[in-house]
Ligand binder design. Structure first.
Ligand SMILES: [Zn+2]
Length: 72
């Protein structure tokens, strides 16, 4: 399991948006950190859920997130 490099409290999940299923990203549900699929999961890069959704022009809605699997 890959622990979130920011909070070390939870594993990192591969997720997608129900309203935009082709858009996948990586996320920690403990501290809301987000990484894009082509980014390394490290504490040097990444954003947070609210800001990520804003960058997509979407309202940050937790119910829109679908968990796929946890990162190995
Ligand atoms: Zn975290």
């Amino acid at each position: 399991m890959k622990l979130c490099p920011f909070c070390l409290q939870d594993v990192v999940w591969r997720v997608r948006l129900k309203t935009m299923p082709e858009h996948r990203f990586l996320m920690c549900f403990e501290c809301d950190s987000v990484w894009l699929e082509d980014q390394p999961v490290s504490d040097l890069v990444g954003t947070v859920f609210d800001r990520h959704m804003q960058s997509l022009g979407l309202a940050p809605d937790w119910k829109d997130i679908e968990k796929l699997d946890s990162l190995e």
